[in-house]
Structure formats: C-alpha cells, structure tokens
Design a binder for this molecule. Structure first.
Ligand code: ZN
Length: 570
C-alpha cells in the first residue's frame, strides 16, 4: 500500500540494498560528557569496571569529530571540515532552499571560532546516498506529509557521529503552501497567481533543512526556543502571520532566517576545540550558564509533547513570548482570514468542494496555540538545573496567568468564533467522485452535505482535551493545596461549565454550536470522572461537578425554558 502511494505501479519497482562494512574510526576522538542542560542527545552505557566511587553510567554526547588546526587561535580552520551532500534529485527551487538552510549551520561554527568548518555541497555524480562516507540530505517521495528524519550512524562507544543522514519528504512542503492559500485567499479572478505561497513554503524548507541537519549534528529539539525570539531551528516553527494595515493576513515573516542564538550555543558546547590547558568542564558549563543568563531556554520532546505537560514555554508549532497573548493575537488573524475566506481560496476551475481542504488549516490555525495556552493552567516551569549551578529548579505558573490562560482558551469556544459564514456554507457542495474525504477533512454528521457544526465540534474536542487532562487536573489539586491563590480544580471545572452550559445560548445555529460545545465539555467531564489514570481526588471532584451540573439543569430557575433546548438538557 505504501509503495502504491508513491509509484504508478507497485508491481514494478527496483529495490537496491547497500551494505557498508566500515572500519571503526581511528583513535584520537575525545568523547564529550553529556550535560542535561545542553540540547545534545547521546550514547550511554554501563561500565561495570568503573571504580566504586565513580558513576557506573557513562554518558557522552553525539557529535562529529571536529578539531581546529590551531585551537589557540581566535579563528581557525578545521583539520577535517564537516561536509554534507544534498541529493541531486531535489529539483529547483527546492534545491537552492535546502542548500541555503543547511548552510546556516556554518554561522554557528563561525561563532565557535571555526572557519570553513561546515559545508554543504551537491552530492557527487554517481555517489550512493547510502554510502557511509557521505553525510547526506536525501529528498524522497513518501506517502504522507509526516515527519522528516535526521538520523545518524554513531560509534556506540564514544558518541562519534560517523554519518549524518537526513531524509526529507517531498510532500510536506505542500502543507505550507496550503496554509498560505488558506490565509491569503490568493486566487483573484484575472490576476496572476501571487508568489507569496511559494515564498513561504521555501522559507519553511530552509528551516526544515537546517532542523534536520541539526539532528544529525547531535541536537535534540528545543521546543522552548520560539518563546525567546525564535532562537533555534530545532524548534517546530508555526508560521508567524501578521495582519497588514488593511487587515489582511501577511506571511512575509512567517519563518525566521539564519541559525538561532541557541543553536550557536549548542555548537559552541558540542564542537568547541579548547586551547590546551583549558579547564574544559568549567568552560563547557560557562557556555550553557551564560546562555541561560541571556534568557535563552532549552526544553525538549518529553517537556512539550504530552497533553499533560506542564511547561509554559515548551510547545510545538507555537509562536510568541507569551502563549496567551499569542493566542489572543492569532484569533484576530484567524477572524480576519475567515471573513475573507471564499472562492478566491481555490484556483479557478477547482471543484468548489475542495474549499474544505483549504478551510481546515485555517479554521484550526489556532490549535497548537490553544494547546500551548492550556498548558499554563496547572502549569509549572522548570529547568534541568544541576546542584550548585544557581538555576531556579521549579516555579508554578502565576495564579493570574493560569486564570488568564483558561479564559483565553474558553474564548476560542464562543459560538461567534466557531461559526462559519452562511455564504460559505452555501458554497461547499458534497465532494465529487475521485475527491474522497480523508483524515484531513472534518468528520461530518450530515453526509453527504457539509456540516456547519462538525468544525466547531472538532475545535472544542481539541481545546478541551487539554483542560480535562488527568495530570493537569491532579496538579491543580496539589498546587492549590500548596497555595490557595492557585486556581483549584473545582474552580477550573466550574469556569468551563460557566462558559459553556451556564452561558445563555443564542437562537438558531449560534445556539446549536453552543450545544455542541456543551456536549464536548460534558463528555470530557464524565471521562475525567471515570478515568483510571486520574487520581482519586480528581475523579471525586469531577464527579461532584457532574452532580452539581445535573442539579443545576434540573432546578426550576435554570433559565433553559426554550423548547429547542429541552432535548439538550434532559
Ligand atoms: Zn526534529
């Protein structure tokens, strides 16, 4: 099936296997000790022969071998530069964008006092990308717009990277093109097609090339970098969309250019070749602590990916210094783009049903920023501090910020925010044959016709899952117990119910959207009350709030006398 997706005939393909028998690298490489404050991944093993007074676990960072010809000089060439080779299969203008982005890393090596130590060139004619002697950036066709990869072949004894191997899928850049189409409504009748979508997509590809090469230089993600002036290519960048003076979305600064400040710190930490006599341990620690003092931050996958994660700054696909402010700003951009949304969002002659394809990324454009914002509720910030390094280990997110975050998330669920303009709803017919629905479309209850409520349901399910997360709920209980200023779980649940069930509903589709959001909140509350993974206290409080809601709905003065609501409340 996967082969069929990328080739006309899955029966007729050539599979080539490449074996590399490689001599272990020569001596002379000095492993660098792993430090949790630096964003390198690494190798570790247990040395059972280690002296009893030393740790049994040995941890080294993964990095290429790189030495200065003159470690005492302020700027030095490298004994052997690191060279990456780009797949000749990458077509222009993609080829140039990938070369440019990958070459940004040389800025970081220059900051570390290297000259011409990092290069990116086109793959030599006839060379095999599987050949272990080449660090490669491969351009491949694959069935989904899923992840790209930055992999490496590493000497397990030392962490020395023998080969960096980046694999970039050709499909995913089209998602950026689609996002730009959704924001810009660019296809005005009779006008030439704007170059802005392609420019934004290529800007993203430069970022992507730098990002994946970064992994093969030994680097992990830094998901807190976007909150410090886009300070790392190792974050996942959300397109930063501004509203122009005329109120239309502007994507000209969607993605940062050049290597980030944190990336320079990383290369200095991992690749600095210190002058003889330097206290290396102290010098390495200073590189990191100086960076943290400048306000740079580092947190990674484990801190950002889980729905229950607690950091206020480690998020995927977010923007801005403060998650709440950025969400509020982004909702204005979304509103402006939705108001302009219509037939100019698809090309002349495209099936009108494909308006939905372009609508999905715009309607849900705020989804990652909602996730980021919800993490401030019951949030705790932290660093990977070491004993004696003076860093603050933990800090609960300020109570006022937690409440402001909750309000901002709930504001995204208001019917007027979730409603689609009626002229647009009239414009989207059922999909024609050969344009099947897929996982990139809304889940309709009204098939075959487009469902005005399904997008609202999707947005509500997405946003509320984070607020009803069992770890977050348990933290709310405990943080409130430590300090009564922190919002309690009861307060958060009651605020959600006050913003949904207990807010008077409008008539017509506005009321129906409110009902849809109510039901999502109710299901989430019931699920939390019955969640095996939630603490007993969390389940007890969720149960109590359910009982309280039930009582409120059945009280004579509940204010829900309208007949259309009877089914909703009974
Ligand atoms: Zn990555």
């Amino acid at each position: 099936r996967w082969v069929r997706d990328v080739t006309p005939s899955p029966e007729s393909i050539t599979v080539r296997e490449h074996h590399s028998f490689v001599q272990l690298p020569p001596p002379g490489y000095r492993p660098r000790i792993y430090d949790p404050r630096a964003s390198f991944f690494g190798v570790d093993y247990l040395d059972y022969a280690a002296p009893l007074s030393e740790p049994i676990a040995k941890r080294f960072i993964a990095r290429h071998r790189l030495e200065k010809t003159d470690p005492k000089a302020a700027v030095s060439e490298a004994v052997q530069p690191i060279v990456y080779y780009l797949d000749r299969g990458a077509p222009e203008p993609i080829r140039s964008a990938l070369l440019e982005g990958a070459r940004w890393w040389n800025q970081a090596f220059e900051t570390a006092g290297y000259k011409n130590a990092f290069r990116v060139e086109l793959m030599p004619e006839g060379a095999d990308s599987m050949d272990l002697r080449y660090n490669v950036i491969q351009w491949v066709h694959r069935a989904t717009r899923g992840w790209s990869y930055g992999a490496a072949v590493i000497d397990p004894r030392t962490g020395e990277i023998i080969k960096g191997h980046v694999t970039l899928g050709s499909l995913r850049v089209r998602q950026d093109f689609l996002i730009a189409e959704s924001l810009l409504a660019p296809y005005e009748k009779g006008k030439p097609v704007s170059p802005k979508m392609q420019e934004m997509a290529l800007a993203r590809l430069r970022q992507l090339a730098a990002h994946e090469v970064g992994h093969t230089l030994g680097l992990m993600h830094n998901y807190s970098a976007s909150t410090v002036n886009r300070s790392s290519v190792m974050d996942y960048p959300a397109p930063y969309v501004k509203l122009g003076a005329d109120g239309t979305p502007d994507v000209t600064s969607a993605y940062a250019t050049g290597i980030g400040e944190w990336d320079k710190v990383s290369i200095a930490f991992g690749y600095q070749d210190f002058a003889p006599g330097t206290n290396e341990e102290a010098a390495l620690s200073k590189i990191l602590l100086d960076a943290y003092r400048r306000g740079l931050r580092y947190l990674t996958d484990q801190d950002a990916r889980p729905a229950g994660s607690s950091s206020s700054v480690a998020h995927l696909w977010d923007s801005g210094t403060n998650a709440i402010d950025e969400l509020n700003r982004l909702m204005q951009v979304r509103r402006a783009a939705l108001q302009r949304f219509g037939e100019n969002n698809i090309r002349e002659g495209a099936p009108l049903a494909t308006l939905e394809d372009v609508l999905v990324p715009l309607y849900l454009v705020h989804r990652y920023q909602v996730e980021a914002t919800s993490k401030l509720v019951g949030g705790m910030d932290y660093t990977f501090a070491l004993r004696g390094d003076g860093q603050t280990a933990t800090e609960i997110v300020a109570p006022a910020e937690q409440r402001r975050a909750l309000a901002a998330v709930l504001a995204t669920l208001k019917p007027d925010v979730l409603a689609l303009p009626e002229p647009l709803l009239k414009m989207i017919p059922p999909r024609p044959p050969d344009y099947e629905r897929g996982r990139e479309h809304f889940k309709l209850h009204t098939r075959p016709v487009f469902d005005a409520l399904a997008p609202a349901e999707a947005a509500a399910q997405h946003a509320l899952q984070f607020l009803f997360n069992p770890e977050r709920a348990a933290r709310l209980v405990e943080f409130h117990a430590l300090n009564a200023e922190n919002p309690a779980l009861e307060e958060v649940l009651e605020t959600i119910l006050a913003a949904t069930w207990k807010t008077p509903h409008g008539e017509g589709s506005s009321g129906q959207i409110a009902n849809v959001v109510d039901m999502v909140a109710l299901y989430d509350l019931m699920a939390l009350a019955a969640n095996d993974h939630a603490s007993d206290e969390v389940r007890a409080i969720a149960r109590l709030e359910l009982d309280e809601l039930h009582g409120w709905l059945n009280a004579p003065l509940a204010g829900r006398q309208a007949i259309s609501d009877q089914a909703h409340v009974s």
